[in-house]
Design a protein. Structure first.
Ligand SMILES: Cc1cc2nc3c(=O)[nH]c(=O)nc-3n(C[C@H](O)[C@H](O)[C@H](O)COP(=O)(O)OP(=O)(O)OC[C@H]3O[C@@H](n4cnc5c(N)ncnc54)[C@H](O)[C@@H]3O)c2cc1C
Ligand code: FES
Length: 517
């Protein structure tokens, strides 16, 4: 997944440093031999771990250390400092752990430890997972890491094995991420971990019988389960206009979609992107990287306005305009011809590629037909169990009670889906965990990366600390003086602090975010 090893520079930590030079909770980054390592003190205890995040290679030495863990500044993966285990997504692999040798007033990094042994075996039920995306894959892996001994069957209607979906609108589409970064695991991983992976149209689960605990697949196979996870995700909404079915009109949800757009982009000169939210605008940036003219058409006055507000939206529009994107806002698409797109205002835009990003719908029909409670998503409780015991749901399709906002929410973020899958795995094994992660996502537009923690569907005030133009700011979304969400640009530590404050329910701490304009 492109996790480059951080350069092993800085002090030689194998030679040692004075204990007094270690500041509590502040990593000291250096190296031990060729390995980038950091030492960090928590009270009297000192830890030595690998300094490179196993997700995309983020600098863990610049992350947040608390409670025996370190959180990555880039996309908030969390690692246990004692074992190196990746406790929370998006990282899936552990970081290295080293012995810490303390002699007198000096500490040094000793030998690299053997990877932590898998947890002791847990006699556990046969698990069926419907959907081999973010949530389904993360659940399957976590079941094995937690010692599950029973069978795991992972059914995915997609033809590709689980892959890094967020990359499909970013580096992969832009042509700067090679194909080998995209699978979450190599093919042999599934057999090695005894995860039965069934893929393709035949593996689509078509009916569920929750009484008999059986599922039927499209190819007629019947599977039984003791515990079931529904993680079918969401589907892109197609653009319902004359010409919307033409071959050069694409949606972007799957790896096959991204490949089809790349193939079309090879001969395309002008693209129309319909929609102005995250996936559409990331795709616009990727197409610009391929030197294709891009025009964006959307009904709103400002891109991203619904999620980020008008000021941040206007800033991101300027960023895209500076990269050559043109906008046709306050308009919709009337029809799509062979070589052009007609807008509601009457204008006609040349286009040999049309990419629509107008939103997604949660996949709930299977759950609904099986008699599960569905309310704009599959309804789950705080432990992510549906209305039927032993049946769980996670990811884009699930609506869960969010302890932070006190509301039932359905979130469409990669990290949330993975963490929900991980929580379901632990609950299948009887751990009774509440799902309490703060929602988090990131989005990339050229050299601007935005991180967002929390969930604000409506707000009455947006406070900004720092400046958007400098790409260095914290943006707080508030209602009735409660902070609902915090977005940051160029301030990864603030994003990590906000995540921690949300998870502690610390509204007093959150009040400081975005203040002192
Ligand atoms: C292009 C793109 C870019 C994105 N970028 C970001 C980002 O930068 N940051 C972020 O936080 N989020 C991002 N997201 C959102 C993120 O990818 C989703 O929130 C996440 O993938 C949801 O995970 P999931 O497991 O619920 O569903 P999915 O990952 O969609 O997986 C669901 C799987 O279930 C399968 N399925 C459905 N029904 C059945 C059935 N009946 N039987 C068998 N299989 C079935 C589907 O084929 C699919 O493979 C992006 C999404 C897209 C499409
Ligand atoms: S690089 Fe660390 S979480 Fe992504």
């Amino acid at each position: 997944m492109g996790a480059d090893q951080a350069k092993a520079n800085g002090p030689d930590l194998a030679a040692g440093v004075a204990f007094a030079d270690l500041v509590d909770g502040k990593p000291l980054v250096g190296h031990a031999g060729d390995d980038a390592v950091f030492l960090v003190r928590q009270g009297q205890e000192v830890f030595a771990v690998g300094a490179t995040c196993t997700h995309y290679g983020g600098p863990l030495g610049e992350g947040a250390v608390a409670g025996g863990t370190v959180r990555c500044p880039w996309h908030h993966a969390c690692f246990d400092l004692r074992t190196g285990e990746a406790e929370r997504a998006p990282a899936l692999n552990p970081i290295a752990c080293y012995d810490v040798v303390r002699i007198g007033d000096r500490v040094r990094v000793g030998d690299k430890r053997a990877p932590a042994a898998a947890h002791a075996g847990v006699a556990s039920p046969a698990v069926l997972i419907v959907g081999a995306g973010a949530a389904g894959h993360a659940a399957a892996e976590m079941l094995r890491r937690e010692g599950h001994q029973g069978t795991i069957v992972l059914c995915g209607a997609d033809t590709d094995a689980p892959y890094d979906r967020p990359n499909l609108s970013k580096d992969y589409l832009a042509g700067s991420a090679p194909e080998e970064w995209i699978p979450l695991r190599p093919p042999e991983f599934y057999a090695e971990h005894r995860i039965e992976l069934h893929l393709g149209a035949g593996a689509r689960v078509t009916t569920l019988d929750t009484g008999a605990r059986t599922a039927t697949l499209a190819d007629g196979r019947k599977l039984s389960w003791s515990a079931l996870l529904l993680a079918p995700g969401a589907q892109a909404i197609p653009l319902d206009v004359p010409g919307g079915e033409r071959a050069h009109v694409h949606t972007l949800r799957t790896l096959a979609d991204s490949r089809a757009i790349i193939a079309r982009a090879a001969s395309a000169r002008r693209a129309v992107v319909v929609g102005a939210s995250f996936i559409a605008m990331e795709a616009a940036a990727a197409l610009r990287a391929r030197k294709i003219d891009v025009a964006v058409v959307a009904p709103e006055a400002t891109p991203f306005e619904r999620v980020l507000g008008a000021e941040v939206g206007a800033f991101l529009r300027d960023v895209h305009e500076a990269h050559g994107v043109t906008f046709h806002l306050g308009q919709t698409v009337k029809s799509i011809g062979d070589k052009s797109v007609e807008l509601s205002g009457g204008a006609r835009l040349d286009a040999d590629l049309v990419l629509t990003g107008i939103g997604v719908r949660p996949v709930t029909a299977l759950a609904e037909a099986a008699g599960l409670a569905v309310d704009r998503g599959i309804t789950v409780d705080e432990r992510l169990q549906t209305s039927v015991p032993g049946v769980y749901a996670a990811g884009d399709a699930a609506r869960y009670p969010d302890p932070i906002s006190g509301q039932k929410v359905r979130i469409e973020h990669w990290v949330v889906a993975q963490r929900m899958g991980q929580t379901v795995a632990r609950n299948i094994l009887g751990q009774h965990q509440r799902f309490s992660s703060a929602p988090f996502f990131w989005s990339v537009h050229y050299d601007v990366t935005l991180s967002y923690v929390g969930h604000a569907e409506r707000w009455d005030r947006v406070d900004i600390h720092g400046t958007l133009a400098d790409r260095d700011c914290t943006i707080a979304y508030r209602a009735d003086d409660r902070t609902l969400a915090v977005a940051t640009i160029g301030r990864d530590m603030a994003s990590l602090s906000a995540e921690s404050a949300f998870e502690k329910g610390d509204q007093a701490a959150l009040r400081a975010f975005g203040r002192q304009r």
